[in-house]
Design a protein around this ligand. Sequence first.
Ligand code: HDD
Length: 655
Amino acid sequence: MTTNQGLKISEDEFSLKAGERGPTLLEDFHFREKMTHFDHERIPERIVHARGFAAHGEFQPYESMKEYTKAGFLQSPSKKTPVFVRFSTVAGSRGSGDLARDARGFSTKFYTDEGNYDLVGNNIPVFFIQDAIKFPDVIHAVKPEPHNEIPQAASAHDTFWDFVANNQESAHMVMWTMSDRAIPRSYRMMEGFGVHTFRFVNEKGEAHFVKFHWKPVLGTHSVVWDEAQKVNGKDPDFHRGDLWEAIENGNYPEYELGVQLVKEEDEHSFDFDILDPTKLWPEEDVPVKIVGKMTLNKNTDNYFAETEQVAFHPGHVVPGIDFTNDPLLQGRLFSYTDTQLIRLGGPNFHELPINRPVCPFFNNQRDGYGRQTINKGPVAYHKNSMADNTPEPATKEEGGFEHYQERVEGHKIRARSDSFKDHFSQATLFWNSMSAAEKEHIINAFSFELGKVESKDIRQQVVDMFANVSLDLAKGFAKAIGVKLPEGPGSSVTKSSPALSQENTKKKPDTRKAAVLIGDGFNGKEINAVLKELKKLGVQTEIVSDSQGTIKGSDDTELEVDHTFLTADSVLFDAVYAVGGSRAEKTFYRQAAQFVHEAFFHYKPIGASHEGEALLQLDNMKESPGVVIGGTPREFSKNFADAIASHRFWEREVI
Ligand code: HDD
């Protein structure tokens, strides 16, 4: 151990004092250095997306995208590009829970040979506002209220809903944040979207409008709201831990990159403006072309150095990827550098290891806080003769970035195009696309959020606003929050987009976690066979009992307990396998019954065998969908794994 100057330290437990019981001396440079560094350990948290978690990985295209873009990392299926991905919530501070009802950030930094390309997206394809100048407003409204800093990481309060009702362009995004999308099961089971319309430009200079998608290979899945709130208490790091553990276990999260492409000449052939960030392109109208896969395969070594210091920016592009005039994107192009300057303490954050491009970079920028490069020689200007005019801009052929030469003309004006004024049609499209269970969850979410709003007037305004989206929806929650039922107008939109419903997502048992509730005297032979079969089918099992250590089966086989009823909880698992044991105590059965019933009320798959069947105590529980009992170990495991793949059984009747 040394000081930061390299001096070897002989003692790190005691400060330097005048006598064993005397005062500490100012001369103690080791104490002062250690303490000063500690006092300065924190940096400002991000104003939004403060709570995040990240991992390293790689991206590989399935095919060349040459026809559409000259971006080097998309030219060949043999090209692998390293990436760093940071997931986040938006509203909460750094220490908030992972399961807040919120949009999730999904930021990817591609370390390409042509410089860093950042795709700074969310898990929701649209946004609350249409113009970046309103970003401070929407964030002020959703953040804790300024007079008392309550509530943390929640949109369920007056200022947020006052904003919504008085800024009706938010309608579509609010439908998404009130849906199951806002409470994902895992970062591994979440879609990502670039949101804005960008441009792909090919070698010939031809452009296409493009929207970016990430599609999780495990499908898109969510938890239920009651569960989300409990997870935040039982394990606030639920999403962090899930991602970390999956990568440590070699279950590398995978996402396919998809693009929707629209020809330049088709810019005006939609019934919405493609520059409007509150609109999506229905996948049934503009198919998503799957072009490659990203695999996250390495956890960070140091949270602060990597996850906290990483600096994303939608303006970090490479040749072949360009912007459009989406007024939200245009504003973002300013905000991200500006925020990094304060957060990372100066203009040299690109030199931090996590932000450094993997290709060489040089220019005439110099000095500033935290400068690490030691530039040599006297020349720091262009043009020059003293250094042979280096560094020199590159030609197009050498890979120099050329902005797409879009023709623009107009009056200087603070206004919004009329083509941005339909705020409700796609909100209705989203509503129409939901399954019955998803619709019920949305009504419940509005009922919860507005139930927390103190102002009856705001509650009424929101009901009246969402009557424009769907009368069923608005009536559904108007009753719960004690305001007048809306009378009209309802919506005439009948279109739906099945791709928006999570019911139509991929369903697999892989990496899902089942709690095995088991006590002394369990049927050793059979249970061991089931555990083995489930593992083969991709299901992860963890043993939960009433104390730690080992438990003994009827045939004296032993199993190591992973958690007790105190350290685990049903909300932390995807499924429950109730086994019990002939010698298990009464208290085991009391705790196990509570565990099973909570999972049942959260519509989760439940398996039971032997004494475990006694835990299915409610009426009709044994006959309910998603409750698996009986069969040989192989049959039982197959049925249970199928049930786990189904995720939840919404058709189950719960009282
Ligand atoms: Fe933003 C961070 C995503 C609109 C200003 N934003 C940030 C992050 C994500 C997004 C994922 C976290 C990056 C990280 O992991 O470090 N933001 C979006 C999306 C938007 C969006 C998908 C709409 C389509 N953002 C938006 C607007 C503005 C900002 C309109 C301002 C005009 N966003 C910021 C920021 C942040 C940020 C203040 C805070 C921390 C940071 O940039 O690095 O600049």
